[in-house]
Design a binder for this molecule. Structure first.
Ligand SMILES: [Mg+2]
Length: 236
């Protein structure tokens, strides 16, 4: 049995025992691919930063598939070695990546919508715990998740967003653990692409199945704990 089927089976067992199972999902690079958003931001920069370096306008043909963790790698691949220009792109990326209007580029990680729906249909509480912040990205996140078909606007769904952008990801997710526990049901599974956050959930919810999404993560991320299972998408 694959890990996704094992999680659905555990949900059904908990429901049969009249407990409310909880499945925790990170959003970016876990349920939703950030590649199209990053490619769109790079293409925007091709227009606004063209005067900075000849390679910048070559970003106009940027495609989602070539996006890794750092958007600046796409510019480097087009022949720019000027650190100031690469940094200018990263500064531009930062303001655009965390702006709500770029969320129109959200697409699901393959199989994510069907799996989240299966989790909900099986009787679990779907708990989205995302580092997106409510003031700048809340409304667009709701619109995006709804449009993509993720469970929303009904019982057994929580959308937990950062109250402000200023809180660091790790502190925010650590602080959310008590909110997750407040539902009193067992956390049966956690999905996260950042290994440090995934490690945090291993410690907070030792009886759950922990999945580290093999999408992308920061090159200087924490080492993953051995308990973490690895999948690249939700089609398995
Ligand atoms: Mg993430």
């Amino acid at each position: 049995m694959g890990v996704l089927d094992a999680i659905l089976e555990r949900i059904r067992e908990e429901r049969a025992a009249e407990r409310l199972p909880i499945v925790l999902f990170d959003v970016d690079s876990t349920l939703v691919s950030t590649k199209p958003r990053n490619a769109a931001i790079a293409r925007e920069f091709a227009a606004v930063g063209a005067h900075l370096h000849p390679a910048v306008e070559r970003l106009a043909d940027c495609q989602p598939d070539e996006m890794g963790w750092l958007v600046s790698d796409a510019l480097r691949a087009r022949g720019c070695e000027d650190e100031a220009v690469l940094e200018a792109l990263m500064d531009f990326w930062f303001t655009r990546f965390f702006a709500g209007d770029t969320l129109v580029h959200d697409v699901e990680v393959p199989g994510a919508v069907a799996f989240a729906r299966a989790v909900h249909d099986a009787g679990a509480l779907v708990y989205y715990l995302t580092g997106r912040d409510a003031p700048n990205m809340g409304a667009q996140t709701v619109e995006s998740l709804g449009k993509l078909g993720f469970p929303l606007w009904r019982g057994r769904v929580v959308l937990h967003l950062k109250p402000t952008r200023a809180i660091g990801d790790r502190a925010y997710k650590a602080g959310a653990v008590d909110d997750v526990r407040s539902h009193l049901g067992p956390v049966v599974a956690c999905f996260e692409n950042d290994p440090g956050n995934a490690n945090l959930f291993v410690e907070a919810f030792p009886d759950a199945i922990h999945v580290w999404m093999q999408t992308e993560c920061a090159p200087d991320a924490d080492a993953p704990r051995p308990e973490l299972l690895r999948i690249a998408d939700f089609t398995g």
